[in-house]
Write a protein that binds this ligand. Structure first.
Ligand SMILES: O=P(O)(O)OC[C@H]1O[C@H](OP(=O)(O)O)[C@H](O)[C@@H]1O
Length: 318
């Protein structure tokens, strides 16, 4: 354990791991803030030591959850310009980049919200899955445009994050109907849109999002109900441009079944993948702060944003 890693960084990492801090964009904001604290409170006296501390902090944060690319994208953004020959210059660069990153996330969310809202008509019902700040931003913007929007919220087992969506939508007076996940098919003909978030978007337009998204999308397509993914460019996974796949996080079995019930049943295997992959053919549109795209069209924008590769600032230099 590297003692130079600030306790706040460890606390943030722990909160991400236990999902006290969750949701791809919220995780990104939290790690940017943690790096800024690490920088602001560093007592390193030479630039090399300062850089090593930042790398160590970034590594602790990076190793928390593997699927949402917003996390490494945030680390890269904050540490990308860590150039300079004095600790003061380096410190300023990290703190400035972290602030800039948070500001960009906020404005991206607003712009993306407008794009999503423009797809919604007055009186529409939207089916949601899990909790996504980007989805909530779309519905909020539609409500602010004066549209009456209804929501059918899937509870989203095993952690029931649909309850967070329901709470936030009720706070803006959106009428909410809560359903269990397996009831989605029954109501897909009654809703006008399916709107979900994303943890990562791959270069081929595949959408990596909370487990159950793929089944929902396949059913939506079968019913002819349009499905849009609210995902800012922060969710674009640069490594997929060069053929890498996205790791799907497997979470604790006890999120699915408690020890006592499990013991009563007998010897069973329990699998708890947190995410799944929805192929691009089941997705109508990806909504970003740069406008909406057909999933097959994101690769061009990804290349424009990331070039052909990225660096991993948490790695030790060669
Ligand atoms: O960035 P925003 O739209 O807030 O969230 C995007 C996604 O993050 C969540 O993952 P988790 O709850 O952290 O496992 C959900 O899968 C959600 O769709």
């Amino acid at each position: 354990m590297d003692s130079a890693v600030h306790p706040d960084v460890r606390e943030t990492a722990e909160a991400i791991d236990t999902m006290e801090i969750r949701g791809a964009a919220t995780i990104a904001t939290a790690v940017a803030e943690a790096l800024a604290t690490q920088a602001a409170e560093s007592d390193a006296t030479d630039p090399e030591r300062f850089r090593a501390e930042q790398r160590a902090a970034a590594r602790v944060l990076y190793e928390t959850r593997p699927t949402a690319v917003s996390l490494p994208n945030a680390l890269r953004y904050v540490l990308q310009d860590m150039e300079g020959h004095s600790v003061e210059v380096l410190r300023d660069s990290v703190v400035r980049s972290a602030t800039e990153f948070q500001r960009r996330i906020e404005s991206a969310q607003e712009d993306l919200g407008q794009v999503g809202a423009n797809r919604l008509r007055d009186g529409d019902t939207v089916m949601t899955h899990c909790h996504s700040t980007a989805v909530v931003a779309c519905i909020r913007a539609a409500v602010e445009q004066g549209k009456e929007i209804h929501a059918m919220v899937k509870e989203t087992r095993p952690r029931n994050q649909g309850h967070i969506t329901a709470t936030q939508l009720r706070e803006m007076d959106v009428p909410v109907t809560l359903i269990v996940d397996s009831a989605a098919r029954r109501y897909l003909n009654d809703v006008d849109h399916v709107l979900v978030g994303a943890d990562s978007i791959a270069a081929d337009g595949s959408v990596i999002n909370k487990i159950g998204t793929c089944g929902l999308a396949v059913n939506a397509r079968d019913c002819g109900t349009p499905i849009a993914v609210a995902a800012g460019t922060l969710k674009f996974h640069p490594d997929t441009l060069t053929g890498h796949t996205v790791d799907i996080e497997m979470r604790d079995e006890r999120e699915v079944i408690d020890d006592e019930t499990r013991a009563e049943i007998g010897d069973i295997e329990v699998l708890n993948p947190a995410f799944d992959v929805t192929p691009p053919r089941y997705v109508d549109a990806i909504l970003t702060e740069r406008g909406q795209f057909a999933p097959e069209g994101v690769a061009t924008l990804m290349r424009e944003l990331f070039g052909e590769g990225t660096v991993d600032p948490w790695d030790e230099p060669e």
